[in-house]
Write a protein of this length. Sequence first.
Length: 95
Amino acid sequence: MSFEQILIDTENYIYNQFESMCYTENITGLELFIKKFNIDVNGDDGYYLELISKRNDLELLQMFIRNGANVHLNNDELLSSCAHRGLLHIVQYLL
């Protein structure tokens, strides 16, 4: 296995762990992971933002924003999605 392949596999593993953590981890744990592994919270075209929005946790969304999340990706898809699901407190924050 080449060094480049090891790097790719390692990065994939880290992002798979991050995705799993988005479902269950507390804010502090996620923030530490983001900083330790330099996670791109805008990765996969806003996938992680959509994932955490399903947790209906405004503090979690605010932490993502503190760590560089762009809530306007894909023509404000996050805003539309939250409005469609009736997450008014998040919609108000995003506006």
